[in-house]
Design a protein around this ligand. Structure first.
Ligand code: NAP
Length: 345
């Protein structure tokens, strides 16, 4: 592919520096309508141009989150927030790590050559060779972290941090139940809970029981065969990554001052937790509601530090090439992946 120094910048968006050479076109994984992974096509498109506050990143690794799958298939309904009938963003991919290759005129905090990572949800485009993103949403990648490792962190580790440490306020000796514990966020949630000295019950499918134990779970439950609510255990905290049960079930298994946070799941459960949860929280000591996570670059810094010091141990189950995005998405969406799946360029 011919390489060139980018010539197509208006004065307003002219980057201050522009190295190394950037190809005029790039490969992007594009879909036009909500549907199965097969609807994603390998497409050659113009390489995007960074606006004033943006940087152009050469993507080195992009991890898959369940949210990518949900936005691909258009379910649950909240995944259509950016386009009810058709997807507004035609290239998915929100957790990226890569190298800045061009910067907009107003960008001071990053320069070409900087290695960065972050959650670019709301901008998307990570399943491509290059992506333009506001500089403000990225964080410098520490040299100690490989690109693949860094790409596993932004969304999944920050959900776990917020749910277990920040809002969850889990402390030593407490009991936590993590529903969907064998996936991306769940693995980090187990590790953070154990780091706090809590007792962890992980719930996921039969193929992830050993994996959850290896991540640190003290007790594991196969949700297809057992009902976690039938165990007569009481939990100080429930982090629900895949909520399909009514709040009444969780109220029963929480301690009198227990906390329940819904992170993802069905639309019905989301609405119930958002509307009824705060009302139920007014009576008695239990707290129930939705955990809405809007990660900041500082959160990525924190996740990186915790990975470098060994508190977080990202588990990359498999990597796929860019053209294998459909298969990578299917692996996560159909629940086969333990931990994280990463696309590498
Ligand atoms: N609140 C926010 O701000 C926010 C932001 C970003 C993402 N999210 C949400 O976060 C959630 C978790 O994402 P993730 O990337 O960690 O997902 P993930 O890696 O796919 O992990 C989810 C796990 O839950 C399992 N599972 C599915 N149904 C289950 C059930 N009924 N009971 C127990 N386990 C079940 C899945 O396996 P099987 O499917 O094989 O059973 C999978 O192992 C997603 O729903 C996403 O939409 C929320």
């Amino acid at each position: 592919m011919t390489e060139y120094h980018r010539p197509r910048m208006s004065d307003a968006s002219m980057p201050t520096t522009c190295v190394p050479p950037v190809a005029p076109t790039m490969t992007a994984m594009v879909y036009q309508a909500y549907g199965p992974p097969e609807s994603i096509a390998v497409t050659t498109v113009d390489t995007p141009t960074p606006q004033r506050d943006q940087v152009l990143v050469r993507v080195k690794a992009a991890s898959i989150n369940l949210s990518d799958w949900e936005m691909l298939v258009g379910r649950p309904l909240y995944s259509r927030i950016w386009g009810l009938r058709r997807p507004r963003f035609r290239t998915l991919g929100s957790d990226v790590a890569g190298t800045v290759v061009a910067v907009g005129s107003a960008v001071a905090k990053l320069k070409p050559g900087d290695d960065v990572f972050g959650d670019i949800m709301g901008h998307f485009g990570g399943f491509a060779e290059y992506v333009t993103v506001p500089a403000a949403v990225l964080y410098a990648k520490p040299a100690e972290l490989e690109f693949v490792t860094a790409a596993t962190l932004p969304q999944a580790a920050v959900i776990a941090l917020r749910g277990i440490w920040d809002r969850g306020q889990l402390v030593a000796g407490q009991h936590v139940l993590i529903n969907g514990a064998g996936g991306g966020s769940g693995t980090f949630a187990i590790q953070l809970a154990k780091a706090r000295g809590a007792t962890v019950t992980g719930v996921d499918n039969e193929h992830k029981q050993d994996y959850m134990r290896s991540a640190g779970a003290d007790h594991v439950v196969d949700y297809r065969r057992e009902d976690f609510a039938a165990h007569h255990r009481r939990y100080d905290l429930v982090l629900d990554l895949v909520a399909y049960r009514p709040l009444s079930v969780y109220r029963r298994i929480l301690t009198p001052r227990g906390r329940y946070f819904l992170v993802g799941g069905s639309m019905t459960r989301l609405l119930q937790a958002a509307c009824v949860g705060p009302l139920l929280s007014l009576v008695g000591g239990q707290r129930l509601g939705v955990l809405a996570v809007e990660p900041q670059p500082d959160d990525f810094a924190r996740a990186a530090r915790l990975t470098i010091d060994g508190t977080l141990r990202p588990h990359v189950e498999r990597t796929f090439p860019l053209r294998g995005v459909a298969e990578a998405l299917r692996r996560v969406g159909e629940g086969h992946a333990c931990g994280k799946v990463v696309v590498t360029m």
